[in-house]
Design a protein. Structure first.
Length: 156
């Protein structure tokens, strides 16, 4: 193994870990890992979204969309892990849909906060009591991971 240069305040072990991860990206091993991580993230976020939207009685039919897209993203992530072709076709399509839905959800949550009494002039209270403004961005990050996996090089 090559000698790792010393960086003040960073342990040698951490530098080797960063070098290993960079090596995995260069060799294409990271693409499969990120596909699998996208699958797991999609399932976890879909479950969380289901429970949160269920507590709101699915008052808007659009609340079902991220719940449905979660398993779609999970299947695409597993398919991308197993098959290079799926990693370059199904995974980016599902991931793009998840990203678009996450951005749409951020807009809808902001609109929900604005519909509370006092709208944005009572932002401190309405941000706490209204729909979580940044929660849809978490599912957007899962979709972003899938998009990143799709553009990364795959090991031969």
């Amino acid at each position: 193994m090559d000698a790792v240069p010393e960086v003040p305040g960073v342990p040698d072990r951490a530098m080797r870990g960063i070098d290993r991860m960079a090596g995995n990206i260069e060799t294409g091993r990271f693409e499969r890992s990120l596909s699998a991580l996208t699958a797991a993230g999609a399932l976890v976020t879909a479950a969380e979204i289901y429970f949160e939207h269920d507590s709101a009685s699915f008052g808007n039919k659009m609340m079902w969309l991220p719940v449905v897209l979660g398993p779609v993203g999970a299947v695409a992530g597993v398919a991308g892990f197993v098959c290079r072709r799926m990693a370059k076709t199904a995974l980016p399509l599902a991931s793009a849909a998840i990203v678009v839905n996450g951005l749409q959800g951020t807009y809808l949550h902001a609109r929900g906060i604005a519909q509370k009494p006092g709208d944005w002039s009572n932002a401190r209270y309405n941000l706490e009591m209204g729909p979580p403004l940044f929660a849809p961005l978490l599912v957007t990050m899962v979709g972003g991971m899938g998009l990143l996996a799709a553009v990364l090089r795959r090991e031969e």
